[in-house]
Design a protein around this ligand. Structure first.
Ligand SMILES: [Fe+2]
Length: 367
């Protein structure tokens, strides 16, 4: 990739083709003191209000800079490395981290250890990369006092508050408004599929755990649905096309949202799974289509509930787990409350929190 000049034209050569860079594209990027606020890196002018009739009167390349005189009297020195970084117009940070698929054979998961200065450390960067690879991460030794989970979440980004509160306490209670607050086995599910948007990441912090059961279970929705695509494309197709209604209601609120169980992006690639069979409502389709749909959903449920796809482990006090609620399904085994206490706290954050932190740490450590 290089920038070349031909008279007053600036050309971009990607090794295969050579194309002219629009003068207005360059003019938008002028970054002298009167055009760009150095503190915020935000423009001090509004290119959307300018006439598109911008041409280049004179241009030269000097010491890695493009020195341009535009026809509106503006002169600027543009950093060529910075310009080149924009050519691909792709996310080179988050999407560049490859997802690693996993099942019950996943071994040696790297646990991270909380310490002072954690949120601004290289360790935090490694943690976030690992989170994007596997869809979950466990951090040991996180303080438990005064709902520290909220401080933890707000030190990465911002808590996503819901009608369950800023954070929620997971212990069994009488008259629960969700099965999470019982001692029952919870089969793999994603949280809050009835919200718009669905909270992206769940944080779950173990405060006390004295019972033998109550193991945490996780399933990689990405692995399972990619396998289904390979093994039964008809099932995969209908599950990624039919939108079902998810609904939650209690005495204060009625929440509803519609989505496919396997939601794909514009390129028909994995984007999100939702699965919560206690609160989904399939639309009334033609009988044969529903026949296929129910078979497909049963297959997906069998895969999510299969031991082959599940990892199981016990969270110890001070362990904090972060889970990608768009990818990883979670559950727990049942437990006997007469054995002792089991108390977890949870809260949500959205992807802007982890993405923003990761990009910041990458910049900070020049990675
Ligand atoms: Fe849950």
């Amino acid at each position: 990739m290089k920038i070349e000049l031909n008279e007053n034209k600036v050309l971009f050569d990607n090794g295969k083709t050579v194309q002219e860079i629009h003068p207005f594209w360059l003019r938008e990027r002028v970054d002298g003191d009167e055009f760009l606020d150095k503190g915020t890196q935000q423009r001090l002018f509004d290119p959307s209000t300018m006439s598109g009739e911008i041409t280049i009167k004179k241009v030269q390349i000097k010491n890695g800079f493009l020195e341009v005189d535009f026809n509106d009297g503006v002169n600027s020195k543009l950093d060529i490395t910075k310009l080149k970084s924009e050519f691909s117009n792709k996310d080179t940070v988050i999407k560049a981290i490859p997802r690693k698929k996993w099942d019950s054979t996943l071994k040696n998961i790297k646990n991270f250890e909380y310490k002072d200065g954690f949120f601004e450390s290289k360790e935090m960067y490694d943690l976030l990369v690992s989170f994007y690879e596997f869809g979950f991460v466990v951090i040991k030794n996180v303080p438990t006092e005064n709902n520290y989970i909220v401080k933890f979440a707000n030190s990465i980004g911002s808590v996503r508050r819901t009608n369950f509160g800023e954070h929620f306490n997971v212990k069994s209670k009488s008259n629960p408004n969700d099965l999470a607050y019982t001692t029952l086995h919870l089969s793999p599910h994603t949280d809050n599929p009835y919200r718009n948007p669905v909270p992206c990441i769940q944080l779950l912090h173990c405060i006390e755990n004295e019972v033998k059961g109550g193991l945490s279970t996780l399933v990689d929705g990405y692995m399972v649905t990619e396998n289904l695509k390979k093994d039964n494309s008809e099932f995969y197709k209908i599950l990624s096309e039919v939108k079902v209604r998810f609904k939650f209601s209690d005495k204060n609120i009625v929440l509803e949202d519609w989505s496919e169980l396997i939601h794909l992006d514009d390129n028909k690639e994995f984007k999100q799974v939702r699965f919560s069979p206690r609160l989904d409502y399939v639309p009334m389709l033609e009988k044969n289509k529903l026949d296929l749909y129910y078979k497909a959903r049963k297959k997906l449920s069998d895969l999510y509930n299969s031991e082959k796809n599940r990892i199981e482990f016990k969270l110890a006090p001070k362990d904090l787990m972060m889970m990608d609620n768009y990818r990883v399904l979670h559950g727990r085994t049942k437990f006997d409350p007469s054995e002792g206490k089991r108390f977890l706290q949870g809260c949500y954050i959205d992807f802007d929190s982890t993405e923003g932190k990761l990009r910041h740490l990458k910049r900070k450590f020049k990675i």
